[in-house]
Ligand binder design. Structure first.
Ligand SMILES: Cc1cc2nc3c(=O)[nH]c(=O)nc-3n(C[C@H](O)[C@H](O)[C@H](O)COP(=O)(O)OP(=O)(O)OC[C@H]3O[C@@H](n4cnc5c(N)ncnc54)[C@H](O)[C@@H]3O)c2cc1C
Length: 325
């Protein structure tokens, strides 16, 4: 029997979409290990969001609350997580491969001397132990990871798992714990948020990205309009970011963000290896490029050869019509 502990993240009082995925996966893995799935939510005022995890089959959640936890600080959050680990004694510990998830798990793995597989796209139980699949060599190959340590830890790439049908009548039993942190060496001075109303790239289900072909920041308007028509988040290649057309937080790729949406539309992007490294696990890739030989077409599920300045306004109009916007 093994218990599965997972970290759920809350922003503005709401559970992150990828935390619902992780909750669903943790419940599935725990049932295969004949154990329990325990959630842990850390923050200033998170107990209410913690209850919501019950909708995805989680029965018990620890909410570690405290003013010092208002914003993510690695040392404080890791300490809070380690306290919960010592109480729940999980065999498996999971987090999403978000900014904070990528930071907290190595800290905790080091303290527990546990094996850690990062950025996984598949998690399952085999012979009573966790088996993880993760991309390597900038996504060119996938590797299966098994563990030799007793405690097995993994971070999961957002949009990798199905979210269980929510049962809104169910609430998790929440055990509120006051944070015992303090004396942190780190102070948050400023928080810069993503564009209002737009999902962060790493959890977006649809992304419309623009490349150097856009030619100016002003021309990115046609990317934003197409994104708006689909409720998508705007991404970009490094060439577009370096040219100053759009800010770096939109960059997808090796030195930008790794994304895993259901639909990725690459407009005027050649498909350099460093760009593919950040988006090749997207479920459906659509490429729009005037060069039929562009490497992006070899990775695309659907390709349109043509001038994006002519095609994008047509697509935007059609999507608006079809989606009744
Ligand atoms: C260490 C390192 C890290 C890097 N990290 C990243 C990263 O994180 N992300 C990233 O994206 N890149 C990264 N790069 C850069 C990468 O190698 C490419 O230079 C970059 O991705 C190219 O961007 P692009 O496709 O927009 O531009 P280009 O390669 O110039 O491609 C533009 C494309 O637009 C097409 N086009 C032109 N006009 C039109 C039109 N009117 N209609 C339709 N299509 C048109 C062209 O046919 C062409 O295929 C990195 C490079 C290095 C060395």
């Amino acid at each position: 029997m093994g218990n599965v502990l997972f970290i759920a993240e809350v922003e503005n009082g709401k559970l992150k979409g990828y935390s619902k995925e992780l909750a669903s996966k943790a419940v599935e893995l725990a049932s295969q290990c004949e154990g329990q799935a325990y959630g842990v939510v850390i923050g200033e005022s998170v107990a209410q969001a913690a209850e919501e995890l019950g909708q995805y089959g989680v029965t018990q959640v620890t909410a570690v609350e405290g003013e010092s936890l208002e914003s993510y600080i690695g040392e404080g959050y890791a300490k809070a997580l380690l306290d919960v680990v010592s109480q729940t004694k999980p065999q498996i510990i999971l987090a999403s491969a978000s900014g904070s998830g990528k930071d907290i798990l190595p800290r905790v793995a080091f303290k527990l001397k546990a094996g850690l597989a990062t950025d996984c796209t598949e998690l399952k139980i085999e012979n009573g132990k966790l088996k993880a699949k993760r991309p390597i060599f900038a996504g060119k190959a996938l590797v299966d990871v098994t563990f030799v340590s007793d405690v097995q830890m993994a971070s999961a790439r957002p949009n990798s798992f199905m979210v269980k049908q929510a049962d809104v009548t169910k609430k998790a039993q929440v055990n509120k714990v006051a944070a015992t942190t303090g004396g942190s060496k780190v102070k948050i001075k400023e928080i810069q948020t993503a564009e209002k109303g737009m999902k962060d790239l790493s959890e977006a289900e649809i992304i419309v990205s623009g490349g150097r072909a856009l030619g100016s920041g002003e021309n990115f308007k046609i990317i934003r309009e197409l994104a708006d028509s689909l409720g998508a988040t705007v991404g970009a290649s490094r060439a577009a970011v370096d040219a100053g057309y759009i800010s770096h937080d939109h960059q997808v790729g090796q030195t930008g963000k790794t994304v895993n949406p259901k639909l990725y539309i690459a407009c005027g992007i050649s498909g350099a290896i460093q760009h593919l490294a950040g988006m090749r696990t997207s479920k459906v890739i659509v490429a729009i490029n005037k060069d039929s030989e562009a490497p992006i077409f070899s990775k695309a599920d659907y390709g349109i050869v043509g001038d994006l300045f002519q095609l994008l306004p047509i697509l935007t109009r059609k999507f608006k019509e079809l989606l009744g916007k």
